[in-house]
Design a protein around this ligand. Structure first.
Ligand code: BES
Ligand code: MN
Ligand code: ZN
Length: 497
């Protein structure tokens, strides 16, 4: 259920909600209380100024003070959140502020939240609405009895000082739809592998496409084989759950450009015959986060109706070992025609992506963007709160960097080092599936590059599974699942302008 977000012209003291969160700009050593905070302080008998002084609250980012109001105002609890200096306060920082506010309300088990934006930032409500929905996100579907949350945050009142325009209501709506898409990606990723497997993932994608009036094609295993997607066949054949290939399309008239987004959809990665140790297998239900991202992205695309063609492609399979499974040493063909010598069945993501990228090429896109929870090496390199990205074309890389700047998502560019090319050469086939331990994220990217032809291409090695719902990951911009959606959307919106 989306939050009921209302924008009202009101003073702080008029705002009625269980929790009142006020964004405070950083100012020197001690914050200068704005007139409205002074009024709040007076209503609280000077208690606010006291905690501010005691906690040395200056409005620095990540600082906060909170206090109970004991019924002296219309809110039970007041929280001041530092938002840092004004010049750093661009949309991503506003989104983070709103997400934190929602987290505070959720932690307080509040049904209602009132939000006072940092002075001068009442205009841009889209990132605020995004942050509220993203921060309020929880995955509680499987909790029953006492574990089931008894209250959920339902209402948010945004207090504005000026008049509320119709435009700000529209911005709130857009923000909520964008965040709903990210949260949908998180939901799909959080679903366990006994619920989400290739067939049920494809069904979810079809449902989404139908709801949003988007064209959707699902290839079953027979069709995957008939088309010659041999690498998806190789990865998926060891499971009782058949692979699926999903293609969703938004094709407006007079589209300016065509963007294709590809996602790795390994609904569970056991490692196959090169089986993972137990500890490393635990989080592998999230190994379809890339596919979840591109499917969910289409919901946001349908809401924003950009003037660019957008395609989402999800290559779904479950990587399991059985008597029919592909083996190290196998040589398999591919949709592209290149042959691949297998060396480790746990390097399965690049295989399903290779066929998906070869398929994407047939759509003659302006840019192909793939995203995948591809390598542990990338997580080792960048940690769990940052993804890695690669690009084979500098102009496209600049576009992507600009989209990242706009979204505020944390992704670091990695190099396609030619030195490591040797590692994916094979003595017995065109390509070797994987290199050695060193430069593992880069060799995976170099392998994928073999399948993009001369397309302009961006590859994201996303940190989804390891980062899910960790304290650092309470916002999507830092490594939680759904990581990437906001950037892809920014790319689409920029291309649509
Ligand atoms: N899905 C994993 C990568 C992964 C692991 C991402 C942990 C995030 C957290 C991928 O399929 C995999 O197993 N990669 C191997 C490749 C290796 C066998 C060449 C890896 O990174 O160890
Ligand atoms: Mn694997
Ligand atoms: Zn995997």
């Amino acid at each position: 259920m989306p939050l009921d977000i209302q924008v009202r012209t009101a003073t702080i003291l008029d705002l009625a909600a269980e929790v009142l969160v006020v964004g405070v700009l950083q100012s020197g050593k001690a914050p200068v209380l704005s007139p409205s905070l002074k009024a709040l302080d007076a209503a609280l008998g000077g208690a606010l100024a006291k905690v501010i002084e005691k906690d040395e609250f200056t409005g620095k980012c990540d600082q906060s003070v909170s206090l109970s109001t004991l019924g002296r105002i219309h809110a039970e609890k007041v929280v001041l959140l530092g938002v840092g200096e004004r010049r750093g306060l661009r949309p991503p920082a506003l989104r983070t502020f709103a997400a934190k506010a929602a987290r505070v309300a959720v932690a307080e088990r509040a049904k209602s939240l009132a939000l006072v934006l940092p002075a001068g930032h009442e205009v841009d409500l889209r990132p605020i609405a995004e942050g509220l929905e993203l921060g309020a996100y929880r995955f509680t579907k499987y909790m029953t009895g006492d574990r089931k949350p008894k209250v959920a945050l339902a209402t948010v009142i945004i207090g504005a000082t000026g008049k509320v325009s119709g435009g700000s209501k529209a911005s709130v709506m857009v923000g909520q739809k964008v965040a709903a898409a990210v949260n949908l990606s998180r939901d799909l990723s959080n679903e366990p592998a006994n619920v989400i497997y290739p067939e049920s993932f494809a069904a979810a994608a079809e449902k989404l496409a139908k709801e949003h009036n988007l064209a959707c094609h699902v290839f079953d295993f027979k069709e995957i084989r008939r088309r010659g997607m041999k690498l998806i066949d190789a990865v998926g054949r060891g499971s009782r759950h058949e692979p699926r290939f999903v293609h969703i399309a938004w094709t407006p008239k007079n589209a300016k450009r065509k963007l294709v987004f590809v996602g790795k959809g390994i609904t569970f990665d056991s490692g196959g015959l090169s089986i993972k140790p137990a500890a490393a297998m635990g989080e592998m239900k999230h190994d379809m986060s890339g596919a979840a991202n591109v499917v969910a992205l289409m919901a946001a695309v349908a809401a924003l109706r950009p003037k660019v063609e957008v395609h989402a492609i999800a290559a779904c399979a479950e990587n399991m070992p059985d008597g029919n499974a592909y083996r190290p040493g196998d040589i398999w063909g591919s949709l592209d025609g290149k042959t691949v010598e297998m060396v480790n069945t746990d390097a399965e993501g690049r295989l399903v992506l290779a066929d998906a990228l070869a398929y994407a090429r047939t759509l003659s896109p302006d840019v192909v963007v793939d995203n995948a929870t591809l390598t542990g090496a990338c997580v080792v390199a960048l940690g769990t709160t940052c993804s890695g990205w690669y690009g084979n074309d500098e102009a496209t890389a600049r576009e992507f960097a600009a989209a990242l700047e706009q979204s505020g998502e944390q992704m670091w560019r990695m190099p396609l080092l030619e030195d490591l090319r040797e590692q994916v050469k094979s003595d017995v086939a065109d390509l070797k599936q994987a290199g050695d331990r060193h430069g593992g994220s880069i060799t995976a990217a170099l392998f994928l590059r073999e399948f993009v032809g001369d397309s302009r291409w961006i590859h994201c090695d996303i940190a989804g599974p390891a980062a899910i719902d960790r304290p650092t990951a309470w916002m999507t911009t830092k490594g939680a699942t759904g990581h990437g959606v906001l950037t892809f959307l920014a790319m689409i919106e920029r291309a649509s302008r």
